[in-house]
Design a protein around this ligand. Structure first.
Ligand code: FMN
Length: 215
């Protein structure tokens, strides 16, 4: 099998990212770019976030999760703490999260540390989820091998029965992580591959050092 993609070429020319546009805190710029993506007609699920972890097997692994909240502290997503990513994070909390909003020709790369959020915050979010998603969290030992789809559906039916007309609690192995950023890199596509790249790095005094990188 072979397919030559060497003539796939797009010129990026929407916006510049210049010094006078940069706030002192990268979270502020994240918020601005996130709102722009969220309000942009052609962008579905602006909160799609690619999170890479360092696996127990030594390989990095990247997967999509949904960003569910961001604050001055960082970026929160929910998952199964026993999943492959959960096990990776418990061994090595260093992660990399990436957003790419194609229509805006913008990428953000966040390096940081993931930590579990407080249990009451996970409870609050779990309670807000639709019943089906709550049961799904019980039925899925995320990332474990399972024999068949039928086995999975059977597990779901068993939990449906167990919690029929009952409140569904949050499984203790399911909850949120917050990624606290150490560095954030903003990429804005520009013509002739002369893209704008601005990197913020958190300093010991909690100020952010701002640098421009070559494209
Ligand atoms: C659009 C999209 C959204 C997703 N959102 C989540 C999520 O918020 N949490 C989650 O655990 N998995 C989510 N997934 C599934 C993950 O990509 C992944 O398959 C799962 O978390 C298991 O990953 P792991 O085995 O590396 O731990 C999503 C997948 C897609 C494509």
């Amino acid at each position: 099998m072979e397919k030559d993609l060497s003539n796939y070429r797009k010129s990026y020319e929407k916006n510049p990212l210049l010094k006078d546009m940069l706030p002192e805190n990268p979270l502020e710029l994240f918020q601005k770019w996130f709102y722009a993506a969220d309000e942009f007609d052609g962008i579905e699920e602006a909160n799609v976030m690619h999170v890479a972890t360092i696996g127990l097997d030594g390989y990095p692994k990247n997967r999509v999760v949904l960003l569910k909240r961001f604050t001055w502290e960082g970026f929160i997503f929910y998952t199964n703490y026993n999943s492959e990513k959960g096990k990776s994070i418990s061994e090595n909390p260093n992660v990399c999260a990436t957003f790419f909003w194609h229509s805006l020709e913008r990428q953000i790369i966040i390096k940081g540390k993931a930590e579990k959020i407080a249990e009451n915050l996970s409870d609050g979010y779990f309670d807000s989820r639709p019943e089906g998603s709550k049961l799904g969290a019980w039925a899925s030992n995320q990332s474990d091998v399972i024999n068949s789809r039928e086995d999975l559906d059977l597990k779901l039916r068993a939990y449906e029965k167990k919690y029929q007309n009952k409140e569904i609690p949050r499984p203790d192995y399911w909850g949120g992580y917050i990624i606290k950023p150490d560095s954030m890199e903003f990429w804005q596509g520009r013509p002739n591959r002369m893209h704008d790249r601005i990197r913020y790095m958190l300093q010991k005094d909690y100020n952010w050092k701002i640098e421009r990188l070559e494209p």
